[in-house]
Design a binder for this molecule. Structure first.
Ligand SMILES: Nc1ncnc2c1ncn2[C@@H]1O[C@H](COP(=O)(O)OP(=O)(O)OP(=O)(O)O)[C@@H](O)[C@H]1O
Length: 567
């Protein structure tokens, strides 16, 4: 039997404005709701990536006891938005029915999550048999119409965590009982925003895979750098129900009147903390104001009154969720939930407990935008091994080469901070017989995608790149990430590092730095809650230094490191 162990009541109507956060104007929720959450023990073992034959040792910051709890979520609509009070007993009366809507963390198959048969068939065909933890948590929450912030470590399957519930409700794979026709045939039903073209195209490919060859035209990419007129023609001709793009291009086509998103049901903001960056501000403003918004009379505001917002579902996603995201989510969404692997909690009113737990450090309650103070403790895959090696600046590329040999790495991403240095590093590696290529934003879209293709296919062994490639890129074969320049903070470290060790695979991250930079590595180690070991590359081997319990340094040869499972 389930036993009720906790209940919370949350009244919607956050007074925090987005303008305070990012300079955007306020986004007003259309309605208010009271949502209550009942945790019940279910006695089942939660699903882990072990069931996929992959390791998953990450625990949520809420502790083991809470990880074993399941969560029932439900919403009672309340007529008035801000000040209507709902009695505790009314919430309790609803409680029993809501327990039915538990997120099945222990799901062993996609069927258990309530996905439609056609979609499950497609998943099966593509080799997706078992949901990951974050998918098992997020899919029921989104299917139950909740706004959500999805946070879990890099490579844990967040893309399908939001795509699957959306494809269950709209498009050709949707459930039988869903409306057959969108309210307006020209209308887009889901908009997915990503901060880079590469990530946008990767999401498009994922949707295309699931839709299959016959229906893949029903997803349209709207990424920058590509031909805008062609994108507009495709929108008109193919009438896609879902678009995926970068903020600039989506906003541009929308402003030109070629993208009809007023009736849109879903807005997904992938890599939300990156989308909050200043350079996206105006485009994001337009997207948030237009997607899923319409006036009560057709498309226009009546008597100058502000257009009302329809019940758009807003889903925000990232491996790192600093306070700025929590605040934006409260402002843009309606009673958003924080969905993590094996944990669903409401984003409660300030101070923000979620971000405190994520950081493992006290929250900056003032501006809430100090990313460096918000360490992404849960953002790194558990399978990753971290090292740093000290050298002089002029020897960094040579050390990279020795590092690749020592680890016998097959597919390497090396990060530098300045575009100018990339070419030089490529030249040095190629001169030593190592296939390398540079990837950065100054290259054209076609060049970028052709380089990525060669890298994915193994024709290029080392990809030298900058921050452009740190977010979201999924190259499962990548077995080594090297920081040739230090990332700006621990959040950037986490996203760079997350290009390897995806979905439980082994991966190694090596930061090559100067002696004077070691303290920064130590600081990131502390913020991230991982061990970044000092190492050297000698005689073709990685020689790691470990500190024993009494603080005396000793050196272990690579063979020793291997036996203890470090590499
Ligand atoms: N249920 C599943 N079974 C098998 N493979 C899966 C499953 N879900 C996702 N994957 C694969 O796992 C890999 C990582 O997924 P995805 O890119 O969505 O991770 P992510 O959490 O979004 O990472 P990041 O934070 O870096 O963006 C992809 O190759 C994806 O195809």
């Amino acid at each position: 039997m389930h036993s009720l162990s906790a209940m919370r009541v949350l009244i919607c109507g956050d007074s925090l404005s987005l303008g305070k956060l990012t300079g955007f104007s306020r986004v007003t929720p259309l309605y208010s709701s009271v949502r209550f959450i009942c945790r019940v023990g279910n006695g089942n073992e939660p699903l882990t990536l072990d069931t996929l034959g992959l390791s998953d040792k990450v625990e949520t910051t809420r502790g083991n006891e809470k990880n074993k709890l399941n969560l029932g979520i439900s919403t009672i609509e309340v007529p008035k938005r801000r000040d209507k009070k709902v009695s505790h007993s009314a919430v309790q009366m609803k409680k029993k029915a809501d327990i039915e809507a538990l997120a099945p963390f222990a799901a062993k198959s996609f069927l258990e999550l309530g996905l439609p048969p056609l979609l499950i068939e497609r998943l099966d065909k593509e080799g997706y048999k078992v949901p990951t933890d974050v998918q098992a948590a997020a899919i029921p929450a989104i299917l139950n119409n909740h706004d959500a912030v999805i946070q879990s470590y890099t490579g844990s399957g967040k893309t399908l965590a939001y795509l699957l519930p959306i494809l269950s409700k709209v498009g050709p794979l949707k459930m039988d009982d869903e409306d057959d026709e969108p309210k307006n045939k020209m209308n887009i039903e889901a908009v997915i925003v990503a901060p880079s073209r590469e990530l946008g195209m990767q999401i498009v490919r994922e949707v295309e895979k699931l839709l299959g060859p016959a229906d893949k035209r029903l997803v349209q990419q709207l990424v920058g750098g590509a031909n805008k007129s062609r994108q507009e023609e495709a929108l008109k001709k193919n009438k896609p129900f879902i678009v995926v793009g970068t903020p600039g291009r989506i906003a541009e086509i929308s402003a030109g009147g070629k993208l009809h998103t007023h009736f849109c049901r879903y807005l997904v903001l992938d890599e939300i903390d990156e989308l909050l960056a200043f350079n996206f501000r105006e485009d994001m403003h337009r997207i948030l104001e237009h997607v899923g918004r319409r006036s009560s009379a057709g498309q226009h505001a009546v008597n100058g009154s502000e257009a009302k917002r329809v019940e758009r579902q807003t889903i925000m996603v990232s491996a790192t969720v600093p306070v700025s995201v929590i605040r934006a989510a409260r402002s843009w969404g309606c009673d958003p939930l924080l969905v993590q692997a094996k944990s669903i909690v409401p984003l409660e009113s300030s101070p923000s407990p979620a971000s405190i737990e994520l950081s493992g450090m006290p929250s900056d309650s003032s501006a809430g935008t100090n990313l460096q103070a918000q360490a992404p403790v849960q953002s790194l895959p558990p399978s990753l091994k971290h090292y740093y090696a000290v050298t002089r600046i002029q020897h960094k590329v040579d050390m990279l080469r020795r590092c690749i040999h020592a680890l016998d790495a097959k597919c390497v991403i090396a990060f530098m901070n300045h575009t100018k240095q990339l070419k030089d590093a490529v030249f040095k590696l190629e001169a030593r017989g190592m296939k390398a290529a540079e990837l950065h934003g100054d290259l054209g879209k076609l060049t970028r995608s052709s380089i990525l293709k060669r890298f994915r296919h193994g024709d290029v062994k080392v990809l030298l790149t900058n921050e452009l490639s740190a977010r979201g890129l999924d190259i499962p074969e990548c077995d080594l990430v090297v920081n040739l320049d230090l990332p700006t903070d621990s959040i950037h470290y986490a996203h760079r590092a997350g290009r390897t060790g995806r979905l439980g695979r082994k991966g190694t991250v090596v930061t090559i730095c100067e002696e004077r930079e070691v303290f920064v590595v130590k600081k990131m180690q502390k913020q991230l809650g991982v061990t970044i070991q000092s190492c050297e590359f000698t005689e073709g081997k990685l020689v790691a230094e470990v500190e024993n319990t009494v603080g005396v340094r000793r050196t272990i040869k690579k063979t020793e490191v291997e036996t203890s499972g470090f590499v």
